[in-house]
Design a protein around this ligand. Structure first.
Ligand SMILES: *Cc1c(COP(=O)(O)O)cnc(C)c1O
Length: 529
């Protein structure tokens, strides 16, 4: 921890301080408060003295920078002791507390038990690692306390700017709209709503039980697609999960057959969702072929590119996303491979008017103007379900400007090279076996020791290995089920991950594997040693 007095010396600012504020007419009371009944001046929620707060604020900032800089010295993840968990059941605070005390509590009961995804040894699920730059942008955004629902202010111009850059990255035409949302789940949901709206306007429902809107995606698509269909009122059953090939890519012949069968049954194929980077193994659907099928069948073509879309930034990977530029909409997450802090999902819509047609509403308290603070329509709230919205765009703007598409693309490419290295190390290890191809940055594998009775035990052994390795604090892999069998899954997304982290993962997996196979009754934490 750095003493606050060291701050000014350690961090000579190289940027200009804020310009002095221009004098403006001070609000003064026009009348004698005692006589007019005007309420007296009262304390606000700002501190009475700023200096102690400033010192503590600097310390918090330094602590978080140290946390990030020294993250390797911490366990990736650790179990929260019951005594700590109990402290989250404290009574509702009525009386005010001291900020320093609250911060100490944060350091004691929150910081050590965070999710772990800042750590280079975190490979469970597809999580970004975050950056100090993104953290600072979050702080600045919170300081501005902007509401990006609408009106005329610079933060909205930042969101428009980032949207324009995204349009350029993904080769979308002018007139495309971009919108920050929580994550790709929400972005995919918005895409389903826009596609549904477009289909309904085209006369999709005829009201006599026929003409059900029907959507298509691969069996390897993320569960949020089916959830989106459910939430959109179309029903998860109106989504056809199409079988995948051995590379986990949608089978085109089966897709064509399903569309034809539905048409013959009077249904209306309205939406085709491709995945660029499946969550299980990182497979990329054949986007160009799918775009052609969608165009021929009059379906909305949406791409779930939650993390995989960022492969576009790596010249060696970008060709695999050929056809993405033809999508009607694209979902992707700045908080995954683009390393912005959570949350920062994004949706790009080819024809922004389609988004407006779905979401823009009129209300007297949202009246637009040509002059003043209510100018600048259409507003972000017209392109999605949210009215009040935070300034997520700022961390994306900082991230893009500080690292450029080049360095972000290098991170993406390096993660994929690390995945191929891990694949090679697993293939060379007799105790391990690969469970799926490695098209991008995700490696699925199994510990093969300890399998008895035709592999039934192997599922349990691998599930217990995952938990044991997590408990060890050395690495966090996750599990998935491939071809009905449990597999360990290492998703390499964090820009801090190095080859030595993969070695540590393999060492922990084989060590825990041997222990678990030797002592089948032991629980994961015992086996972790
Ligand atoms: C992560 C992911 C999602 C969900 O995105 P969130 O940002 O977690 O809501 C959807 N699809 C794919 C392919 C993903 O990897």
């Amino acid at each position: 921890m750095i003493p606050p007095e060291a701050f000014s010396r350690r961090h000579e600012p190289s940027v200009r301080p804020l310009p002095p504020v221009e004098a403006r007419p001070q609000a003064t009371s026009g009348s004698d408060p005692a006589k007019s009944g005007e309420p007296p001046e009262a304390p606000t929620l700002d501190p009475e003295a700023w200096e102690p707060l400033r010192a503590l604020a600097h310390r918090m900032l330094d602590d978080m920078l140290d946390y990030t800089a020294e993250i390797r010295r911490r366990p990736v993840w650790q179990v929260m002791p019951e005594a700590v968990r109990a402290r989250f059941r404290a009574p509702l605070p009525a009386a005010p507390g001291e900020l320093a005390d609250v911060y100490r509590e944060f350091q004691e009961i929150v910081l050590p038990y965070a999710g772990g995804n800042v750590h280079p040894g975190f490979m469970g699920w597809v999580h970004g690692g975050g950056t100090a730059v993104g953290m600072l942008a979050e702080m600045l955004a919170a300081g501005l306390n902007s509401n990006l629902g609408g009106r005329d202010h610079a933060p909205i111009e930042i969101e428009r700017q980032v949207s324009e850059w995204m349009r350029e990255v993904f080769g979308f035409p002018e007139g495309a709209s971009g919108l920050f949302v929580t994550g790709s789940s929400q972005a995919n949901f918005i895409a389903v709503l826009i596609a549904r709206e477009a289909a309904l306007r085209a006369g999709g429902l005829n009201g006599n039980g026929e003409g059900h809107l029907t959507a298509y995606t691969s069996a390897a698509a993320h569960a949020c697609i089916s959830k989106a269909m459910h939430m959109a009122g179309l029903g998860a059953a109106a989504l056809r999960p199409i079988a995948v090939d051995e590379h986990h890519r949608i089978r085109l012949a089966e897709l064509r057959a399903a569309v034809a069968a539905d048409r013959a049954a009077g249904r209306i194929p309205f939406l085709l969702v491709a995945t660029a980077g499946t969550v299980d193994i990182g497979a990329i659907d054949p986007l160009r072929d799918l775009s052609e099928i969608a165009a021929r069948e009059g379906m909305w073509f949406h791409v779930d590119g939650a993390f995989g879309a960022w492969a576009k930034l790596a010249p060696e990977l970008a060709p695999r996303l050929e056809g993405l530029e033809r999508a009607d909409s694209l979902a992707c997450d700045f908080h995954k491979w683009a390393q912005a802090p959570y949350d920062a999902g994004f949706i790009l819509v080819r024809d922004g008017k389609q988004a407006l047609a779905t979401f823009a509403v009129d209300a007297p308290y949202l009246r637009r103007a040509t002059r003043g603070a209510a100018a600048g329509s259409p507003w972000p709230c017209d392109y999605g379900p949210d009215l009040s919205r935070g300034f997520r765009a700022l961390k994306a703007w900082f991230t893009l400007k500080v690292y450029g598409t080049q360095r972000l693309g290098e991170v993406v490419a390096r993660c994929c090279r690390l995945a191929r290295y891990l694949e090679m190390r697993i293939a060379a290890n007799a105790e391990l076996e690969l469970a799926a191809p490695v098209p991008l940055n995700i490696v699925c594998f199994r510990y093969r020791g300890g399998a008895r009775d035709g592999g039934e035990d192997q599922d349990a052994v691998n599930a217990r290995i995952a938990a044991a390795v997590q408990h060890s604090g050395i690495a966090v892999p996750s599990t998935t089920v491939l071809d009905g069998r449990v597999a360990l899954r290492a998703a390499i997304v964090n820009h801090r991950t190095q080859a030595r982290d993969l070695e540590a993962l393999l060492e922990a997996v084989t060590r825990c594997g041997r222990q678990i196979a030797a002592a089948p009754a032991a629980g994961p934490s015992e086996a972790a040693g």
